[in-house]
Design a protein around this ligand. Structure first.
Ligand code: SF4
Length: 573
């Protein structure tokens, strides 16, 4: 494996050996290491000194179930700190088959213009992409496929990562979309504005063609296969695997509503009267009744046994969006007072097409409704606001820069964000462990950094939540470093020795039982150090002040985890 370093100004590639201190990291952990080693923490995130990094996790490359995720990172234009966002789809697998340990996209073009970066076994080249300027993600991906596919089996491995108009406009809610296994460009590394970083490098898309590449080597194939078998068995035997297979992440809607933590009308309530209508159960019934193009279960990558995704088709049997996930249902449904899955799916498609983060945009629209720019519940009005973003109007650019910018411009106090990044679909006043994660994660508010909702605790009791969050954050940072989907964690939690065995078999290492936590701790240490050097202090590890005094109906909870607990969350790191 090599480090592929691309200079976007000189349009050159250099393939370099992997530095020793980078070898035992992948995905999120490797991104943190690379940022600390090579990117000035105080640099302008959209300037030439920031680097956009693609790093497959340590287990990526062999179609292990749910373990081929790609981590994308850099200094975040949204938070000003370290950023890693990961996605399923094809990108991770394709990069490893080209022997890429990490792809570093550096510098900035000194002339205007848009480019496709094409990577193959022959190296890298830049193709003009001005004809794609302003096009949405779906149309761009279709044209890119037309241009770069072979028309034969080699296309099974062809991957494309691209930005939409949001990234071109360098909006801070812009992400990087990736093709899923069925070539749908909806696997977004959504959070933190990495699409804007890609836009700042003049890249509309990266095409990764591993046609003449090969799988990364395995030190002990027999041991690897044995560990894979044990992991698959543990995953298939886990009850949550079946829940996620049948209902997907949307199963969270009623659970979160039950706990009083479903963000409703700009986080002014934790229960939504329309929760049933936007639940995973209702979605499953609807999709089964519609049949045709609709699918209740679907995999984002080849080899996934869980298949938590779906294809949401309309009553007229046309695909609206794939997938429709809980976070979008929460932020663009309940949070906007919208109780119609078709309307939410259409909003989701529009946001995907713009290449934007549905959490950040859902939160921004909630703030905008509170400011009186539109009425909660009016899906058509929300779509019109997304059109403002597409047209690049001043209002559209305000919304596209996220919830904090929207709140500042329109004078709204109730802005759900930490370190500049919008809170996801678990209100931290009702799910306090996740609130600690939002507050203290170096990534800014992000449920995937350490979700605690499944713990058997009183989620409104402030006691013990920091410990709970710490454990979840360390585990998640470990999974993100492996390239494992959050839900692969069901199998790994049931058979933790398989992580050790898989890594030892693949790399010829001799790691111990605590490898997941060791990777997680190392990752968070590096991230916190980057943020410290970027100017973050403990004062940044706080939820918005209004959440500490505004009771959340119906539990009437406020966020009251003591500041001391927040400051000590990582004491044992
Ligand atoms: S469980 Fe869902 S998100 Fe995870 S890899 Fe499978 S389909 Fe993708």
């Amino acid at each position: 494996m090599h480090i592929w370093r691309i200079n976007t100004r000189t349009q050159t590639l250099s393939r370099e050996p992997v530095p020793e201190t980078w070898e035992r990291l992948g995905g999120r952990g490797l991104i943190a290491r690379i940022l600390l080693d090579t990117v000035p923490p105080t640099c302008d995130p959209l300037g030439p000194r920031n680097t956009l990094i693609f790093a497959p996790g340590l287990l990526v490359g062999h179609m292990l179930s749910s373990c081929d995720r790609i981590s994308i990172g850099g200094k975040s234009p949204l938070t000003g700190g370290v950023k890693e966002a990961n996605a399923g789809g094809r990108t991770g697998l394709a990069l490893t088959h080209l022997g890429v340990k990490a792809l570093l996209i550096e510098d900035r073009p000194d002339k205007p213009g848009w480019w496709v970066l094409h990577l193959s076994a022959e190296g890298a080249r830049f193709d003009p992409a001005d004809d794609l300027t302003g096009l949405g993600v779906y149309e761009s991906a279709a044209r890119l496929w037309e241009r770069y596919s072979h028309g034969d089996r080699r296309d099974d491995a062809l991957a494309i990562a691209l930005i939409g108009p949001g990234g071109e406009m360098r909006l801070r809610a812009a992400g990087v979309q990736n093709l899923d296994k069925d070539r749908v460009p909806s696997r977004i590394a959504a959070r933190g504005g990495l699409g804007a970083v890609m836009g700042s490098k003049g890249l509309k898309a990266i095409v990764i063609d591993p046609a003449d590449g090969e799988k990364p080597p395995i030190a002990d194939l027999e041991a690897f296969r044995a560990a894979q078998k044990a992991f698959n068995r543990a995953l298939q035997d886990h009850p949550q695997t079946h829940t996620y297979h049948d209902y997907g992440t949307a199963a969270m809607t009623l659970m979160c509503n039950h706990f009083g933590g479903l963000p409703t009308r700009n986080f002014s309530s934790g229960q939504f009267e329309g929760a049933e209508k936007i639940s995973g159960e209702h979605m499953r019934e609807t999709l089964l009744a519609r049949g045709g193009v609709s699918e209740t279960t679907h995999a984002c990558m080849r080899g996934c046994l869980i298949q938590c995704s779906n294809v949401f088709g309309s009553a007229q049997d046309e695909v609206i969006v794939s997938p429709l996930e809980y976070e979008t249902i929460g932020l663009m449904g309940a949070n906007l007072g919208i109780d119609d899955l078709d309307a939410i799916a259409r909003l989701n498609r529009a946001v995907n097409d713009l290449g934007l983060d549905s959490i950040e945009i859902g939160a921004a629209l909630g703030v905008a409704a509170e400011a009186g720019l539109w009425e909660f519940g009016d899906g058509e009005a929300a779509l019109r606001l997304l059109e403002e973003i597409r047209r690049g109007t001043p209002l559209g650019r305000i919304l596209g820069n996220g919830a904090v910018t929207t709140g500042r411009v329109f004078g709204v106090e109730r802005v759900p964000a930490v370190k500049g990044q919008a809170i996801s679909a678990y209100d931290p006043r009702a799910i306090k462990g996740t609130g600690v994660t939002y507050a203290t994660s170096p990534q800014g508010a992000d449920h995937t950094a350490g979700l605690t909702i499944r713990a058997k605790v009183d989620h409104t009791d402030p006691k013990g939540q920091a410990k709970l969050s710490f454990k979840a954050q360390v585990n998640m940072a470990g999974y993100d470093t492996l390239g494992a989907c959050l839900f692969a964690g069901f199998g790994f939690a049931a058979a933790p020795e398989t992580i050790r065995d898989l890594l030892n078999a693949r790399y010829g290492w001799d790691v111990g039982d605590d490898i997941l936590q060791a990777l997680g701790r190392e990752t968070i240490r590096l991230e916190r150090e980057f943020n410290r050097r970027a100017g973050f202090t403990p004062a940044d590890d706080r939820l918005p002040e209004w959440m500490t005094r505004e009771p959340l109906p119906p539990t009437n909870a406020v966020f009251d985890v003591p500041a001391e607990d927040l400051d000590n969350t990582f004491r044992d790191l």
